[in-house]
Design a protein around this ligand. Structure first.
Ligand code: IMP
Ligand code: MG
Length: 179
Protein backbone atom coordinates (compact mmCIF):
# COMPACT_ATOMS: atom_id res chain seq x y z
CA UNK A 1 0.00 0.00 0.00
CA UNK A 2 1.19 3.53 -0.75
CA UNK A 3 2.63 5.09 2.42
CA UNK A 4 0.44 8.21 2.11
CA UNK A 5 -2.78 6.18 2.17
CA UNK A 6 -4.53 5.86 5.51
CA UNK A 7 -7.26 3.45 4.52
CA UNK A 8 -8.41 1.64 1.38
CA UNK A 9 -12.12 2.20 0.69
CA UNK A 10 -12.42 0.22 -2.55
CA UNK A 11 -10.05 -2.55 -3.57
CA UNK A 12 -9.05 -3.26 -7.14
CA UNK A 13 -11.47 -6.23 -7.11
CA UNK A 14 -14.40 -4.20 -5.77
CA UNK A 15 -13.82 -1.52 -8.41
CA UNK A 16 -13.66 -4.16 -11.16
CA UNK A 17 -17.03 -5.57 -10.03
CA UNK A 18 -18.61 -2.12 -10.05
CA UNK A 19 -17.24 -1.42 -13.52
CA UNK A 20 -18.57 -4.74 -14.89
CA UNK A 21 -22.04 -3.92 -13.59
CA UNK A 22 -21.90 -0.45 -15.18
CA UNK A 23 -20.82 -1.97 -18.51
CA UNK A 24 -23.70 -4.47 -18.43
CA UNK A 25 -26.11 -1.61 -17.70
CA UNK A 26 -24.73 0.45 -20.61
CA UNK A 27 -24.92 -2.55 -22.97
CA UNK A 28 -28.61 -2.98 -22.16
CA UNK A 29 -29.27 0.73 -22.60
CA UNK A 30 -27.55 0.99 -25.98
CA UNK A 31 -28.70 -2.26 -27.55
CA UNK A 32 -28.65 -1.80 -31.34
CA UNK A 33 -27.13 1.69 -31.04
CA UNK A 34 -23.68 3.14 -31.66
CA UNK A 35 -23.06 5.55 -28.80
CA UNK A 36 -20.19 8.00 -28.45
CA UNK A 37 -18.47 7.52 -25.09
CA UNK A 38 -16.76 10.64 -23.77
CA UNK A 39 -14.10 10.54 -21.08
CA UNK A 40 -13.84 13.69 -18.99
CA UNK A 41 -10.10 13.90 -18.45
CA UNK A 42 -8.13 13.35 -16.43
CA UNK A 43 -9.98 11.77 -13.52
CA UNK A 44 -12.14 9.36 -15.47
CA UNK A 45 -9.39 7.83 -17.59
CA UNK A 46 -8.95 4.54 -15.67
CA UNK A 47 -12.68 4.04 -15.28
CA UNK A 48 -13.29 4.91 -18.93
CA UNK A 49 -10.76 2.42 -20.29
CA UNK A 50 -12.02 -0.42 -18.10
CA UNK A 51 -15.68 0.43 -18.77
CA UNK A 52 -15.50 0.54 -22.57
CA UNK A 53 -13.37 -2.62 -22.62
CA UNK A 54 -16.05 -4.42 -20.62
CA UNK A 55 -18.84 -3.23 -22.95
CA UNK A 56 -20.00 -5.30 -25.91
CA UNK A 57 -21.68 -2.32 -27.59
CA UNK A 58 -20.17 -0.89 -30.76
CA UNK A 59 -18.95 2.27 -29.05
CA UNK A 60 -16.84 5.16 -30.30
CA UNK A 61 -14.46 6.97 -27.98
CA UNK A 62 -13.61 10.60 -27.51
CA UNK A 63 -11.99 12.75 -24.85
CA UNK A 64 -12.47 16.15 -23.37
CA UNK A 65 -10.62 18.07 -20.70
CA UNK A 66 -12.41 20.76 -18.74
CA UNK A 67 -11.32 22.87 -15.82
CA UNK A 68 -13.32 23.22 -12.66
CA UNK A 69 -13.95 26.86 -11.89
CA UNK A 70 -12.84 28.01 -8.46
CA UNK A 71 -14.93 31.13 -8.87
CA UNK A 72 -18.49 30.32 -7.85
CA UNK A 73 -20.04 33.02 -10.06
CA UNK A 74 -18.96 31.14 -13.17
CA UNK A 75 -20.25 27.82 -11.96
CA UNK A 76 -23.59 27.83 -13.70
CA UNK A 77 -22.03 28.76 -17.06
CA UNK A 78 -20.20 26.67 -19.62
CA UNK A 79 -17.18 24.62 -18.62
CA UNK A 80 -13.80 26.03 -19.52
CA UNK A 81 -12.60 23.69 -22.24
CA UNK A 82 -8.91 22.84 -22.05
CA UNK A 83 -9.13 20.19 -24.75
CA UNK A 84 -12.22 19.71 -26.89
CA UNK A 85 -13.72 16.65 -28.55
CA UNK A 86 -12.63 15.77 -32.06
CA UNK A 87 -16.01 14.21 -32.92
CA UNK A 88 -19.30 16.05 -33.46
CA UNK A 89 -21.94 15.09 -30.90
CA UNK A 90 -24.79 16.20 -33.20
CA UNK A 91 -27.46 13.49 -33.40
CA UNK A 92 -25.30 11.12 -31.35
CA UNK A 93 -26.20 9.08 -28.29
CA UNK A 94 -23.63 10.39 -25.84
CA UNK A 95 -22.39 8.41 -22.85
CA UNK A 96 -20.49 10.79 -20.59
CA UNK A 97 -18.03 9.05 -18.28
CA UNK A 98 -16.95 10.88 -15.12
CA UNK A 99 -14.93 9.89 -12.08
CA UNK A 100 -17.04 11.47 -9.35
CA UNK A 101 -20.03 13.77 -8.88
CA UNK A 102 -19.39 16.08 -5.96
CA UNK A 103 -21.11 19.50 -6.10
CA UNK A 104 -22.64 18.46 -9.44
CA UNK A 105 -21.50 21.59 -11.30
CA UNK A 106 -19.21 19.73 -13.69
CA UNK A 107 -21.87 17.22 -14.69
CA UNK A 108 -24.47 19.97 -15.05
CA UNK A 109 -22.15 22.00 -17.29
CA UNK A 110 -21.22 19.00 -19.41
CA UNK A 111 -24.86 18.09 -19.92
CA UNK A 112 -25.68 21.65 -20.97
CA UNK A 113 -22.75 21.83 -23.39
CA UNK A 114 -23.43 18.48 -25.04
CA UNK A 115 -27.18 18.94 -25.36
CA UNK A 116 -26.68 22.46 -26.77
CA UNK A 117 -24.36 20.97 -29.37
CA UNK A 118 -27.26 18.84 -30.56
CA UNK A 119 -26.72 15.39 -29.09
CA UNK A 120 -29.64 13.01 -29.63
CA UNK A 121 -29.38 11.71 -26.06
CA UNK A 122 -27.22 12.36 -23.02
CA UNK A 123 -26.51 9.69 -20.42
CA UNK A 124 -23.98 9.96 -17.61
CA UNK A 125 -22.18 7.16 -15.87
CA UNK A 126 -19.97 7.91 -12.89
CA UNK A 127 -17.76 5.78 -10.72
CA UNK A 128 -18.47 7.61 -7.47
CA UNK A 129 -21.32 9.71 -6.19
CA UNK A 130 -21.01 11.95 -3.13
CA UNK A 131 -24.68 12.95 -2.73
CA UNK A 132 -24.24 14.88 0.53
CA UNK A 133 -22.01 17.41 -1.25
CA UNK A 134 -24.50 18.29 -3.99
CA UNK A 135 -25.06 22.00 -4.74
CA UNK A 136 -27.23 21.58 -7.83
CA UNK A 137 -30.13 19.27 -8.49
CA UNK A 138 -28.46 16.72 -10.76
CA UNK A 139 -28.00 12.98 -10.61
CA UNK A 140 -25.90 10.67 -12.76
CA UNK A 141 -27.93 8.10 -14.68
CA UNK A 142 -25.71 5.39 -13.23
CA UNK A 143 -23.21 5.50 -10.38
CA UNK A 144 -21.14 2.52 -9.31
CA UNK A 145 -20.56 3.51 -5.68
CA UNK A 146 -21.81 6.02 -3.15
CA UNK A 147 -19.16 7.63 -0.98
CA UNK A 148 -19.48 9.66 2.19
CA UNK A 149 -18.12 13.17 2.53
CA UNK A 150 -14.45 12.21 2.31
CA UNK A 151 -11.81 13.21 -0.21
CA UNK A 152 -10.69 10.09 -2.03
CA UNK A 153 -7.74 9.31 -4.31
CA UNK A 154 -6.62 6.52 -6.64
CA UNK A 155 -7.84 4.84 -9.85
CA UNK A 156 -7.78 8.17 -11.69
CA UNK A 157 -8.65 10.44 -8.78
CA UNK A 158 -5.91 12.78 -7.62
CA UNK A 159 -4.82 15.06 -4.86
CA UNK A 160 -2.57 17.77 -6.36
CA UNK A 161 -2.09 15.53 -9.45
CA UNK A 162 -0.78 12.62 -7.37
CA UNK A 163 -2.11 9.12 -6.69
CA UNK A 164 -4.02 8.74 -9.98
CA UNK A 165 -2.19 5.52 -10.81
CA UNK A 166 -3.06 3.66 -7.62
CA UNK A 167 -5.09 0.56 -8.52
CA UNK A 168 -7.37 1.02 -5.47
CA UNK A 169 -9.25 3.99 -3.98
CA UNK A 170 -8.56 5.28 -0.51
CA UNK A 171 -8.26 8.22 1.82
CA UNK A 172 -4.98 9.97 2.53
CA UNK A 173 -3.38 10.37 5.92
CA UNK A 174 -4.52 13.72 7.35
CA UNK A 175 -0.95 15.09 7.44
CA UNK A 176 -0.74 14.84 3.62
CA UNK A 177 -3.57 17.37 3.20
CA UNK A 178 -1.98 19.70 5.75
CA UNK A 179 1.50 19.73 4.22
P1 IMP B 1 -18.10 18.75 -9.04
O1 IMP B 1 -18.13 19.68 -10.20
O2 IMP B 1 -18.04 19.49 -7.73
O3 IMP B 1 -19.19 17.71 -9.05
O4 IMP B 1 -16.72 18.05 -9.05
C1 IMP B 1 -16.37 17.08 -9.86
C2 IMP B 1 -14.86 16.99 -9.95
O5 IMP B 1 -14.17 17.34 -8.72
C3 IMP B 1 -14.51 15.57 -10.21
O6 IMP B 1 -14.52 15.30 -11.59
C4 IMP B 1 -13.13 15.43 -9.59
O7 IMP B 1 -12.15 15.79 -10.52
C5 IMP B 1 -13.13 16.42 -8.45
N1 IMP B 1 -13.38 15.74 -7.15
C6 IMP B 1 -14.48 15.82 -6.38
N2 IMP B 1 -14.38 15.07 -5.27
C7 IMP B 1 -13.17 14.47 -5.34
C8 IMP B 1 -12.48 13.53 -4.49
O8 IMP B 1 -12.94 13.07 -3.43
N3 IMP B 1 -11.24 13.16 -4.91
C9 IMP B 1 -10.67 13.60 -6.07
N4 IMP B 1 -11.29 14.46 -6.90
C10 IMP B 1 -12.53 14.90 -6.54
MG1 MG C 1 -12.69 15.32 -12.85
Amino acid sequence: MNEDIQRILFTKEQIAEGVQAAAAWADRLYEGKKPLAISVLRGSVMFFCDLVRAMKTDVQLDFMMVSSYENSTERSGMPKIIMDLSTSVRDRDVLLVEDIVDSGYTLQRMRKLITERGAKSFTSVVLFDKPVRRQVDIKADYSCFHVEDKFIVGYGLDYAQKYRNLPYVGVLKPEIYNE
